[in-house]
Each structure stands twice: as C-alpha cells, then as structure tokens.
Design a protein around this ligand. Sequence first.
Ligand code: SAH
Length: 261
Amino acid sequence: MINSAHVARKRFGQNFLHDHRIIDQIVEHLQIKPGDHWVEIGPGQGALTAPLMQKATTLDVVELDRDLVALLQQHFGNQSQLRIHSADALKFDFTSLVQADEKLRVVGNLPYNISTPLLFHLFESSRCIADMHFMLQKEVVDRLCAVPGSKKYGKLSIMAQYYCAAEWLFDVFPESFDPAPQVTSSIVRLIPHANVPVVVHDFSVLDKIVTQAFSQRRKTLRNSLKTLINEQTMINLGIDPNARAETLSLADFARLSNALA
Ligand code: SAH
C-alpha cells in the first residue's frame, strides 16, 4: 500500500487495511485469472490495488476522496492497465466499463456507511458482473447469507438472494485496519444468478410486502400483512397465515407479491 500522511476521513468510511496476512488471504480467495477485468470500489491507499495490479489484466478503480485519487495517480498513474475514476460509486455506471461480452469482477473493502445502498446499486448491474467480493460489517454479511428460520434472516437476505448467491468466506478483526473499526468485519462472495431464481412481476410490490412482513417480525403473517393480503389468499398460495415472516422463503414472498401485483 502507499505510504502517505493521509489522515483517515470518517465521513468517507475510511478504515484502511494494513494486515498483510489478511490482504494475502483476500487476494487468494479472488482467484484472479489472466484476462479478468477487475473493478475495485474504494481503493483508498491501494492495499488491495497493488496486489490486484500484479495479476489482473485490466483494473478500474472508483474512489470518492479526491486526495486519495491524487495519491493513487501519483503512485500508479503510469501503468496502462489501470484506470482511476474519481467518482461516487453510488452513482457510477458500472455497465459503462464492460467491453464486448465480458463480465466484470468486482472487489472492495467497502465504506460501511453506504454498504447497503451500494450493494443494491450494484445488483441493478448484476447482468454484467461475474462475481463480487466485499469486506463488510460481519452483521451485514450474516444478514446477506442468512437462510429462512434463522435470526439474521430478513429483508436484506431476501432482496439480496433474489439477485445473488451469497457466501461468507472469513472474518476480519478490527486490529487489521487503521483506524480500527468498532465491529468485526467479514468477507463475502456474491455471485449474480445467471437466471432469476423466482419470477417476480413487480419488484416494488415484493419490496413492500417484505418490508411490511419484517417490520413486525414477531407477528403472524395474518396480522402483519392484514392491510395487503387476506387470509384466504395466503392459504390458496400454500402459505400458513399463522407463520411468521422469518420462516418464508424468497419463493414464498414472490408468490405473495405476484398475487398482489
Ligand atoms: N481499499 C482500501 C480502503 C478501504 S476504506 C483498503 O482496504 O485499505 C473505504 C474506501 O472507500 C476509502 O478509500 C473511501 O474514500 C472510499 N469511498 C467512500 N465512499 C465512497 C464512494 N461513495 N464511492 C467510492 N469510494 C468511496
């Protein structure tokens, strides 16, 4: 990584990785292949950028902090395989990076303050993404990977699993960062589905039902969804009105949502 006097900015969610064993472990899990087109979000001081540069054929990095962009340009600027984008990843059009029929491989130690909106922004481009590896708060990774019936299972699990298969890879403790964050982090692998796992007629209806069902997660569906769907419709769809939201699969929620859409 770049040696610099840069002072970490809290508002940009800056927690720089400085543990070389963790950096190596991440890079190993990426299984970088010749010809890959990589995109790194939030390269910061280049902790992951440097090892990526050694293996990736093409690398686009998107960084919001202009001071860090300048630092990256200074350090890596003359290498033709790297393109540095001074931009907000939340607004960045990732599809614009795609050449021919390739798919992007995305990686980042993400700014935790924007991780959920950023994930959904990327999900919208998931057609052109081969896979994504992210460092996130462990809490968020647990929710992304949670299965029906588990405590962490909720709206984020269902909405994310509509787009991707999610897999927890390993935990990373606060000491591996400078400054150290308050919480444990985890690395997650997200692989966009080639075909949607369930048909959803109107995604906004799914969003609405899932939000309402989990906003009162201890209630039965009969009660929590009372204003949206009547009991008989649920029974006709094969869903027990006495069940709670956390026991329903994505496919169950899709059936409910399609009945309304
Ligand atoms: N990858 C580096 C830095 C991680 S910290 C490392 O592992 O050490 C998160 C990085 O994301 C910081 O560089 C921060 O400036 C950047 N960042 C924060 N918000 C961003 C946004 N909206 N778009 C792009 N980058 C952002």
